[in-house]
Design a protein around this ligand. Structure first.
Ligand SMILES: Nc1ncnc2c1ncn2[C@@H]1O[C@H](COP(=O)(O)OP(=O)(O)OP(=O)(O)O)[C@@H](O)[C@H]1O
Ligand SMILES: [Mg+2]
Length: 540
């Protein structure tokens, strides 16, 4: 209900914001069709797929000489007549569409239904146009008023991970799952156009951007992460933005196993460690998959645990009922007067008063790390990601300002997983070439005493374990009274449960959590009745 309400608010904010921009610039501010540049000279299309039939398609073009790839967004265009009607109907739609009064599931669908009714009313007075033209006009109205504007079609491309605009008169770039960084044929031609587009995006995220506050991090509807540098205040090239697209269907731990990011044995190890309140830190470079991994591994947290997530922009999405999500807030004061600011540090501090079993910090960068370690010291479980390329460099940063954690506190972070984007030797261009792999899992026994438990071997693309090297499982045997062999048998059983899920394609976030819950409640019974009884799983 709350979510729907937020959607409703966002539709009206998007409409209002688009309306203001529209009126301010006398009908020309929301160009209905971008003038996409023709296919670059010498390029040939190697792949074409629909983004939104029949209006938008993506084409991947390749220069056979240089081997370079480009992304061509191919949208149906409006002719002059359609464009004129579009301009007039847009004005009518803005005046006549009221914000939804009842709860609606899908704001876009709401807009389309209302717009169709209004178009029906004015259709004749606006001059005759075939149905095809009207659907194109409505497509552009939807795209520009309640959608993401010029980049709307890109937002529909499941292959795109990031969309970035580096400034005015510079091509928009995308990060494509199969072709990596690609220049697109989209360009914002002047400051006004990109500024308006960004103001609208920021308003859709329920935030404010201006020359006084030119840096914004926000979460767009659909949980896409938006980062903005507005106007030429902080960048000489004009407004720049980057969107990290959120998958409609987030990767679960089973998806990551299928993708080869981690092995079933490793997932079983994390399952046992997390159940025993081990703390976990995920390290990696930009876009290496830290947040995705953290989110996926969270499926393995004991059902019923009270979890508090703390982030700068909302990215984590947990299936647990007993979950509080806290998001930091910027201040709109100037200079020293940062009234109203709520930092990650404040949130970690306050979270301890909510009696969490587990505190998850989206990304640690500053003094909140210190508070997180304090929380670990007082017996809370903790998980976090950190931008670092190795355990050594992470620990070096943790012990320096502003994190300032005493080296003696280091073993409070029990397990460290390092994730990276890797290129596999056999990958060819056009096939998915960038893969994410957990390169190593280490346990922190003491400051500068790290025990490696898993390593990824590039040759053979496999994970090799060395569990005896670690200390965590020994600690668990001591605490639980299980012998090493008994604990290994339990781990094997969980590995089989994970394999059984993979083979039965039980992969969605909710389904995986459902199995984990059932297994936690009655491990033996569930294992015998479901996993062992299932012949294909047994034979593999
Ligand atoms: N294991 C994986 N396999 C394939 N794609 C992945 C995997 N993990 C993440 N991705 C994709 O990579 C992109 C970046 O992922 P994510 O946001 O988790 O990275 P990050 O390391 O948290 O980035 P940042 O440093 O910007 O916070 C997303 O589009 C996500 O869908
Ligand atoms: Mg992240």
């Amino acid at each position: 209900m709350q979510r729907i309400k937020r959607f409703n608010e966002r539709v009206s904010v998007a409409l209002k914001s688009a309306g203001r921009i529209f009126k301010k610039t006398k009908l020309k501010a929301i160009p209905p069709s971008p003038p996409p540049r023709p296919l670059p000279k010498g390029y040939k299309i190697v792949e074409r797929y629909p983004l939104y039939e029949p209006f938008a398609h993506a084409a991947i073009a390749r220069n056979p000489v240089t081997g370079e790839y480009k992304y061509v967004l191919d949208e149906l265009r409006l002719d002059i007549l359609e464009r004129n009607v579009y301009d007039r109907i847009l004005e009518i739609l803005l005046a006549e569409i009221a914000s939804p009064e009842t709860e609606i599931e899908d704001p876009r669908q709401f807009f389309v239904t209302e717009a169709e009714k209004i178009v029906g009313k004015y259709r004749i007075s606006l001059g005759w146009l075939p149905d095809v033209s009207w659907s194109k006009i409505l497509y552009y109205a939807q795209r520009n008023l309640v959608g993401f504007g010029k980049i709307d079609a890109l937002m529909r491309d499941q292959n795109i991970e990031d969309i970035s605009c580096d400034g005015v008169e510079r091509p928009v770039y995308v990060w494509h799952r199969r072709y990596e960084n690609l220049e697109t044929n989209l360009i914002f031609h002047d400051d006004q156009e990109v500024d308006d587009a960004v103001v609208k995006l920021v308003h859709m995220a329920g935030k404010h951007v201006s020359s006084a506050f030119p840096i914004v991090d926000a979460s767009l509807p659909g949980k896409h992460r938006l980062a903005v540098c507005y106007r030429r205040e902080v960048t000489p090239f004009g407004t720049a933005f980057t969107i990290r697209k959120f998958r409609d269907d987030p990767y679960s731990i089973i998806d990551l196993i299928k993708l080869g990011t981690l092995s079933e044995e490793m997932a079983a190890y994390f399952w046992i460690c997390l159940e025993n309140r081990a703390s976990l830190m995920v390290l990696g470079g930009t876009a290496s998959g830290k947040t995705t991994f953290l989110n996926a591994v969270a499926c393995l947290i004991k059902p019923g645990s009270k979890i508090i997530t703390i982030e700068e922009t909302a990215e984590l999405n947990l299936p647990h009922e007993n979950w509080i999500s806290l998001i930091a807030r910027r201040s709109y004061g100037l200079g020293e007067n940062l009234t109203g600011e709520v930092t990650l540090f404040d949130l970690v501090k306050t979270s301890m008063r909510h009696r969490p079993d587990l505190i998850v910090v989206g990304e640690i960068r500053g003094s909140e790390a210190y508070t997180l370690f304090q929380a670990l010291a007082t017996g809370h479980g903790g998980m976090a990601t950190m931008h670092a390329d190795s355990i050594d460099s992470a620990v070096k940063r943790l012990i320096q300002k502003p994190m300032d954690i005493a080296p003696a506190y280091m073993p409070l972070m029990n397990v460290v997983a390092s994730i990276q984007r890797v290129h596999l030797p056999q990958s060819k261009a056009g096939e998915m070439s960038a893969y994410r792999r957990i390169l190593s899992v280490d346990e922190i026994a003491d400051y500068e005493d790290y025990r490696n438990t898993f390593t990824w071997k590039a040759s053979g693309d496999m994970h090799v374990s060395n569990l005896k090297n670690g200390i965590m499982l020994n600690v668990i045997t001591e605490r639980s009274g299980l012998s090493w062999n008994e604990l290994m048998a339990e781990m094997k059983r969980r590995e089989n449960v994970l394999r059984w899920m993979r083979q039965r394609n039980i992969r969605s976030y909710r389904d995986v959590t459902g199995v984990i819950t059932e297994y936690s409640a009655k491990p033996e019974e569930f294992y015998e009745k479901e996993v062992l009884a299932d012949a294909p799983a047994k034979n593999s």
